[in-house]
Each structure stands twice: as C-alpha cells, then as structure tokens.
Design a protein around this ligand. Structure first.
Ligand code: FA5
Length: 342
C-alpha cells in the first residue's frame, strides 16, 4: 500500500514543478496514460494479496488527486504562457511605418504628357489614332505612288493584305481629311496625335522595331514654311530650354512639298552634336486636292517626330533601349508627379 502513497507523492511533486503545459502533457501520459504508472496500479487490484477493496480505493483516490492536480496546474501554466505570448507579440504602435512605394509615370509617358501640354497650348487638338492601321491611310492616302521605294524605308508588319501595324503617325491625316471632305470637320484645323509606331527594323542604340511618334498638322489660309519653322522652334525651346538650336535641311517625304528634316542641338549634351528628331514640310497639294480641299485658299504644314529622341536629348540618354527594358534602376531616375491613386 505504501507504494501507492509514494506514487501519489512522486506524481504531485512532479506536477507542481512542471514548467510548461507540454511538460504536463508528458506527466499525464506517465501517470494516467494506458501504460501509465497509476493505470498499472489499477490493473494490479485484482491480483493484490491483501485488502483488495482498500487498495482499489487508495489507487482511485490517488488517480483523482493526480487528475485534479494536473487540471489546476494546467490552468496556472496556461495563463502564464498566454501572457508571455501576448508580450512577445506585442505591437509597438509607435514604431515608424515602412515607406509606401509610390508609382511614377514612365519617362516616355511624362514626355508625351509634356508634348500634349505644349501642342495643346499652341491650339492643336489631341486626337487618338489606331496602331493597327489600314494600308491606305498609312501609305496610299499620303501620296505614296503604288510600289514607291519610299515605302521600303518603312517596311513593316502586315496583319493581312490591307492592314499593317502603322509605320508612322502621319496615318492620322487621311482620317481627319476624310472628315473634312464629309463635312463633319471644318477648316481651319490644327490636330496632333501621339502613339506607338512599328517598323521591321534592326534594333540599335537609336532604332527600335517599336517606338513612339508625335505627328502634328495644321491647315489654314496662307500657312507657310515660316509657320512651320516658328512652331518647331517654339516647340524645341519649350521642350529643351532656351539655349537649343534648330536646324532644317531639305529632305524627301511623299506627303510634303517642300520637305525637311528637323534636328536640334544643345551645348549641354552630346558635345552639341545635331540629333535628328523627325521630318516636316508643307502638306503636298495632291493630298489636299484628293480630299476636296481648295489649294488656292488653303495650305498646311505637318511634322512627325520620334518621341524617344526627346528624353534622350533632355537627359543625355545614349541608348533608346533603356526606355523599353523596364529596369527600375533606370526608370526611377525620372520621377515627376507621383501617380494619383484612385
Ligand atoms: C516619318 O516617319 C514621317 N512620317 C515624319 C513626317 C511627318 C515628315 C510629317 C513630314 C511630315 P521618319 O521615318 O524620318 O519620318 O521618322 C521620323 C522620326 O521618327 C525619326 O526622325 C526618328 O526620330 C523617329 N524614328 C524613326 N524610326 C525609328 C526607329 N526605328 N526607332 C526609333 N525612332 C525612330
């Protein structure tokens, strides 16, 4: 019988000194589990040599006492553990927060916004235009004779026999002149578009198969090369600052007569080297006449520029591929207004 009391003493002492609920679980198995010490004693009752009844009662009493001790010690330990867990997981509300990442518009988008502001300020209306274009707007409407070699300069991606990924934003002209012809748009007019342009071209520092152009034109009475030069001079100063110099040299495009190429130079960049931004000229009278516009009364100018060339010149970027590669180390240098989250 003494061994039963010894067992009770051992169990209660170990329970009292258990330091965690995990330890308690082990003790419960040790004493009360199927193969536990107290369960073993209960099995001995039947074969006990002596007062079986008193032995059985004693073992049961020990079992009850151990169960009770386990339960109350578990309560104590649980409370402490929960408090420790809360302490460990306490949130310090006074800690400074992590800075939120703010998005910025891509440098090309910033440039296009700027162009829109400058040309919009000069009274030109911004018009959207399709990237997938009818062959006739991209070429035929622009006075390209069929199979003219000038089209080879703008070899492109054909979608089918009649549709191409546009090679030049000048393709907008035919669409607008059609509206004039149909009477839904009146003269004088000033319009421009900006968008993605495609050519089947080998990629190098200054050329890509996918790039952006701004194309702008006006028709009014007595529009001359002086108006064109004045507009492009002003555009250059607005975009690049007052020290910029502008150069025009004769060039050929089927849709202008005379035609020029348009280059700028600034002492700040590329050692003042001339960089060609695009082409320009007076809209070819053939085109105006094709759309029923009276060339005795009206004339027009047009110009088309590569958008990538503009930030290249503003920031001294010597390779246009940087604009397409989406390397944040490059793009994060051009932070204008953060994008407004809606
Ligand atoms: C044209 O595309 C004419 N439509 C411009 C024009 C409009 C002339 C109106 C007269 C009147 P050009 O092929 O030169 O012209 O291209 C104009 C500009 O687009 C180039 O000066 C250059 O800045 C840019 N550009 C042309 N090809 C590429 C290319 N592969 N990658 C990047 N920019 C290009």
């Amino acid at each position: 019988m003494q061994e039963v009391f010894d067992l009770e003493y051992e169990a209660l002492t170990e329970i009292a000194s258990a330091g965690s609920t995990a330890e308690l679980r082990d003790l419960k198995i040790k004493f009360l589990g199927n193969n536990g010490l107290i369960s073993g004693k209960l099995r001995e009752v039947g074969s006990y040599q002596g007062d079986k009844r008193a032995f059985g009662q004693a073992v049961n009493a020990v079992k009850g006492a151990v169960e009770e001790a386990l339960a109350s010690r578990e309560e104590e330990l649980k409370g402490g553990e929960l408090a420790a867990q809360f302490e460990a997981e306490r949130i310090d509300v006074t800690m400074p927060s992590r800075p939120t990442q703010v998005g910025y518009e891509h440098v090309l988008q910033q440039t296009m916004n700027r162009i829109k502001r400058v040309l919009g300020g000069l009274g030109f209306e911004y018009l959207e235009s399709p990237e997938l274009e009818h062959f006739r707007y991209n070429f035929d409407a622009l006075n390209y004779p069929p199979d003219h070699p000038a089209m080879d300069d703008q070899d492109t991606f054909y979608i089918d026999d009649h549709h191409v990924l546009r090679t030049q934003c000048t393709a907008l002209q035919g669409r607008v002149f059609e509206e004039v012809q149909q009477g839904s748009r009146t003269l004088p007019l000033r319009a421009f578009t900006i968008g993605r342009t495609y050519r089947n071209e080998a990629v190098d520092r200054t050329h890509s198969h996918t790039f952006h152009q701004v194309d702008c034109f006006m028709i009014d009475e007595k529009v001359s090369m002086a108006n064109l030069k004045g507009t492009l001079g002003l555009f250059a100063r607005e975009m690049f600052g007052s020290e910029v110099t502008v150069r025009f040299r004769p060039d050929f495009f089927p849709f202008v007569e005379p035609g020029v190429d348009y280059a700028i130079s600034t002492p700040r960049l590329f050692n003042g080297k001339w960089v060609e931004l695009g082409g320009a000229g007076l809209i070819h009278p053939n085109i105006l006449e094709n759309y029923g516009i009276d060339t005795e009364k009206y004339s027009g100018f047009a110009f088309g520029l590569g958008v990538e060339r503009i930030p290249m010149m503003s920031y001294g970027v010597d390779d246009l591929r940087h604009f397409m590669e989406n390397d944040l180390r490059f793009l994060e240098q051009f932070r204008a207004e953060p994008i407004e989250l809606k």
